[in-house]
Write a protein that binds this ligand. Structure first.
Ligand SMILES: N[C@@H](CCC(=O)N[C@@H](CS)C(=O)NCC(=O)O)C(=O)O
Length: 209
């Protein structure tokens, strides 16, 4: 089994943190996104989407999408549970996880990829050439500022994003906030609960995975 990865990219990091939390060690292979190795023929034969993370389980069986990869490991190694234990917990964690992707990770990606010089014709991940649209930078930034408020409000009522315990929703929220910092957006002191939570999350060993 091989996990295709790129150390500096946000989505593969979600999977590495998830694996570290569960103490799972697997072979990891670097795909050099900066040199566009992900859209060269060799990698497209492995994952036609041209994205990482990608988990190759065996010949002909592979999984793209960070959360689908995490789901596979959660099913195989249920402890510690990072995607909920009972129907309510599972649904709530999934709800928060999805909200974080839509309201945090996607806008951060949109603002970053439409802004960064190095992504001129790569505004969307993968093999299709897409030009940058400068207006999307502002839209992404507005949405991220709203995301900070949204998640701060949640954390003023809940110890962790998904509920009473650490979960995939915290991993995704941490990654969304880190990704936003790439375009210099950070939650200021008005987001007290969010900043307290951030300090707590940074203490976890897995976070440096
Ligand atoms: N929704 C996918 C997103 C995967 C994705 O966009 N990965 C980025 C790295 S964070 C990538 O592979 N980029 C390739 C590119 O820039 O062409 C997931 O959660 O895994």
């Amino acid at each position: 089994m091989i996990l295709y990865d790129y150390k500096r990219a946000p989505n593969p990091r979600r999977v590495r943190i998830f694996l570290a939390e569960k103490n799972i060690n697997i072979e990891i292979r670097n795909v050099d996104l900066m040199n566009q190795e992900n859209i060269k023929e060799d990698f497209l034969k492995i994952n036609p989407l041209g994205t990482v993370p990608f988990l190759q389980i065996e010949d002909g069986i592979g999984i793209a999408e960070s959360i689908a990869i995490c789901r596979y490991f959660e099913e195989k190694y249920p402890e510690p549970a990072l995607m909920g234990k009972d129907p309510i917990e599972k649904a709530q964690i999934e709800m928060w996880q999805r909200l974080i992707e839509f309201k945090g990770i996607f806008p951060a990606g949109e603002a970053f990829r439409n802004k960064a010089e190095g992504f001129k014709d790569r505004a969307v991940a993968g093999p299709v050439k897409i030009e940058q649209i400068p207006e999307l930078i502002e839209r992404g930034e507005i949405l991220i500022n709203y995301f900070f408020k949204f998640i701060n409000a949640r954390l003023s009522k809940s110890e962790y994003v998904g509920g009473k315990s650490f979960s995939i929703a915290d991993i995704s929220a941490y990654i969304a906030i880190d990704f936003a910092s790439w375009i210099k957006l950070v939650p200021d002191e008005s987001h007290g609960s969010l900043n307290e939570w951030l300090e707590k999350i940074k203490l976890r060993d897995s976070i440096n995975a």
